[in-house]
Design a protein around this ligand. Sequence first.
Ligand code: FES
Length: 86
Amino acid sequence: MEKKTAKSIQICMGSACHLKGAPLIAQAFQAELDKRNSAGIHVELGGAFCQSQCVDGVVVRINGETYTHVTAADVPALVDVCLQEG
Ligand code: FES
């Protein structure tokens, strides 16, 4: 039996995060994941409703952990974190 840990990246798409660039950050995550093309590792990339931390946006959840003030420059390091965990 093999245990598989789901890896996920969820970007807040609420109004405040949207205005702070969440769509561009989502594109950056998609591009980074495409670039890595990690064989056999499935990362679920999606959007999320407001995380009630609007002041600290852009908010991103990586494997269930919350990261705030995320910018496009943070994306490669956050993908590293996502892939290393679990
Ligand atoms: S809009 Fe992103 S935390 Fe509220």
